[in-house]
Design a protein around this ligand. Sequence first.
Ligand code: FAD
Length: 633
Amino acid sequence: MFHVEHYQYDINMFQDYDLIVVGGGHAGCEAAAAAANMGSKVLLATMNMNTIAQMSCNPAVGGVAKGQIVREIDALGGYSGIIADKSMIQFRMLNKSKGPAMWSPRTQNDRMRFAEEWRLQLERIPNLDFWQEMVAGIIVEDQRVVGIETSMGLKIKAKAVVLTNGTFLNGLIHIGEKQFGGGRSAERASKGITEQLEELGFESGRMKTGTPPRVDGRSIDYSKIEEQKGDAQPEKFSFSKETKVLEQQRSCHITYTNPLVHEILEEGFERSPMFNGRIQGLGPRYCPSIEDKINRFAERNRHQIFVEPEGWDTVEVYVNGFSTSLPEDIQYKAIREIEGFKNVKMFRPGYAIEYDFFPPTQLKTTLETKLVQNLYFAGQINGTTGYEEAACQGLMAGINAHLKINNQDPFVLTRSEAYIGVLIDDLINKGTDEPYRMFTSRAEHRILLRQDNADVRLTPLGHKLGLASDERMEYVEEKQSHMNAFMANLKSHKVTPKHVNTNLSKVNSSPIKEKTNAYNILKRPEISFTELSQIEDELNTMINGYSKEVIEASQIHIKYESYIEKENQLIQKMKNLEDLKIKDTLDFNQIPALSSEAKEKFRKVRPQTLGQASRISGVTPADISILMVYLGR
Ligand code: FAD
């Protein structure tokens, strides 16, 4: 006979954690993995374990400037690059016709496998526990976070908490005149956290983003639209040998809207939440909805649409470029007028979502909040948009939370070290009132922050933190020594001018006059190593033993050496400002010569160095000179 009273229930379901990460999106996954891999006991508390690492919008990773971020995450020992590689269905290196600072890797991904690979990766980390429930609030004692409270009323203790709630905070979904609460299609909104943080003194704002309809690929006439294949020689994101390049790829396709599509969409404008004032939040300027595009660029009679498969096996297709919150009947009517889409069946309508965010000027360089100690914010909650932007913040917050609770120095990347440094520096100093996404133009030292050298720049730092493995560090050392050896060989090999002048038509305008070493010849922008090696036997045999990666990285180094040197000198000058620390206790009101705008901005942002102070918008060079004098320089 079974007696219930004989059973003892363990009511201590949870241990005391070092870190609780709230939210299993792109930021949350990286944060939890990083802290656990560094040795913290971590709990990942997320609303729905089946949607861990869900790609809310397009099934793709990387792209311009975002691809560089993924390589940086990978170089530091994060997982986004590995997961993207394991789930990619197509690889393209964008901007290959431009300079190497612009080359940006991008993968098309299998949406379901991406999420599954992340989940499996997290499950392999021993220090990481999971809890599926909505977190209702944080527990704060003496201006320090000490745990979380869930919607069932469970209290779980932790030394630090990272909030990565994405688009879920008071999320409100719009489709035409319909609006309903939700953090993402078919998922609940998160209630309570914004209100609690506001009570604690945080300022919040509202933003919006949108997504296009998904359609049935079986109903698309692919013969009518242009095929876009992956690269003939695909690469991958991760520098590690854990992942492989694709042997087979799936193609995307390109089609266009037309005046009839625009006309139909315009019929729905008066029922559009974008135009009737129902949406209050500001959307991403660089990723506008189709209604926004036809409204803003009325002179254009077509817009490009990328037809992207959602995976290897599924028939579902993502209609990139057709993001909309117009009524579903209008979406359906309009989409069927796109070339190739005459008989298309819609699986899911597009929608817009409004959500709360917290202006990131309320954060320190470590992503810890200034108001509550050991509380960190990462991802869309900070006003950014994009998986890559979210993932890198998660990684940095996870690393810094671990370091803080172990009384170790913070880990901060500068603007000259990484795009990640640019992103965080921009956020905390300038804030953002529209969804922030990364662009190469945001980085002043972009010739240094290339995708090909992210490992050389960052793996030594990731290794020191205990995140990048010994094996990864060995690859970087090996790559560097191979590059050095290869470049030394090029310096010692003298090229015969006649060979070059007669075989390379590109040098005709300025022929080579005397025997010159191959290294110097490669400085010429019009000559590539591949071409040179084809006309000089000795160079052709030199290739053996060097990987494509080493040859390419060396060539970039040679061609851009003088720019790189200039950038490094500039950075050295800037470093003097970065080294000048400003005490937390400094009262800016005591510096009478400062402009009142600078005083106000300094009080709000509380810059930690003179360099940081100089990048705050509204602060003038005169304010910086005054501050410098006050600090005794
Ligand atoms: P998310 O990926 O949103 O993850 C948040 C996680 O937190 C989820 O797992 C959620 O379940 C969990 N969570 C939230 N609140 C709680 C709580 N209280 N308790 C427990 N768990 C909680 N980006 C682009 O770059 N381009 C686009 O065009 C684009 N369009 C988008 C369209 C839509 C409709 C949406 C929803 C997003 C779009 N994005 C776009 C943004 C992109 O999806 C996000 O930038 C990215 O996913 C943010 O990652 P994150 O980790 O911050 O948050």
